[in-house]
Design a protein around this ligand. Structure first.
Ligand code: IPD
Length: 258
């Protein structure tokens, strides 16, 4: 079986664990004032890690809850977010996802994001295109901010950090048809990739949240950068992803000091 098929099986299995926990009940712990983790996150990550370690023993794994397993200098590294959208999940709001990416020497070569609530699976392989439930997807054709619908996210330390994204959010809100805040960065990227949304940006985000989605966006024809328009770096805790056509206009609006 190909790596892709195996990951698709594993990510659906993790999604089933989340749905089962949502239905049967789960416990919530606080990592910070508003940064939550549930036993559903932990169960899904334990399942994904066990399956990947058994089938790909030479690859290392970086998971949101358990950190690094395996050698830090491994050629191949899995980046896992077992439950992206934990706050939504904890409130019973059915908008969350599982994200699994494979990197080779720090470059994402395969990504999968699964929305268990709608049973929607997004996948992309490097130079292989991007897909939603097996059908090719591409970014939108919106050419200006005025006609665009965007999405963003806010960091868990929004109440204390100076870099709280509020000024950028306000500017974008006034220049577009709307700016959503959905609470799952991985799905936000996929929604840009399939053209439902025209751009997404966030600061204070982690590599496991955006690794899979970042490849899905570029394979769907979109563009990635830092929020100020500089080069995208998976480990730089920020991303601006767009359909490409509104990218420069958005950088001009929000990429300079707020
Ligand atoms: C969070 C979500 C959210 C984003 C946060 C992330 P988590 O991931 O992706 O949309 O705004 O920055 O931390 O904690 O639910 O895995």
């Amino acid at each position: 079986m190909s790596i892709q098929r195996r990951v698709e099986e594993i990510i659906r299995g993790a999604g089933d664990i989340l749905l089962e926990k949502l239905a049967s009940g789960f416990t919530i712990e606080h990592k910070g004032r508003v940064d939550l983790v549930t036993d559903a996150d932990r169960a899904a990550e334990a399942y994904i890690t066990k399956e990947l370690q058994r089938d790909f023993p030479a690859f290392s794994i970086l998971g949101e809850e358990e950190g690094l397993s395996g050698r830090p200098d491994a050629e191949y590294l899995w980046l896992i977010d077992p439950l992206d959208g934990t706050t939504n999940f904890a409130h019973g709001f059915p908008y969350f996802s599982v994200s699994i990416a494979l990197t080779h020497h720090r470059e994402v070569v395969f990504g999968a994001v699964y929305d268990p609530s709608t049973k929607t699976l997004f996948t992309a392989g490097k130079d292989q295109g991007a897909f939603m439930n097996g059908e090719p997807i591409s970014v939108s054709e919106i050419t200006n901010l005025e006609n665009s619908l965007l999405v963003t996210g806010f960091p868990y330390d929004v109440s204390t950090t100076k870099d709280d994204n509020i000024a950028e959010y306000a500017k974008a809100l006034k220049a577009t048809q709307g700016v959503l805040r959905t609470g799952s960065a991985a799905l936000d990227l996929c929604n840009v990739a399939c053209g439902r949304l025209d751009a997404y940006w966030e600061k204070g985000i982690d590599a496991y949240d955006i690794a899979a989605g970042s490849l899905i966006v570029t394979e769907a024809g979109g563009r990635l950068s830092a929020v100020d328009g500089g080069p995208f770096d998976l480990y730089d805790h920020q991303v601006l992803a767009s359909n490409g056509l509104i990218h420069d206009e958005l950088v001009q609006l929000i990429g300079t000091s707020a």
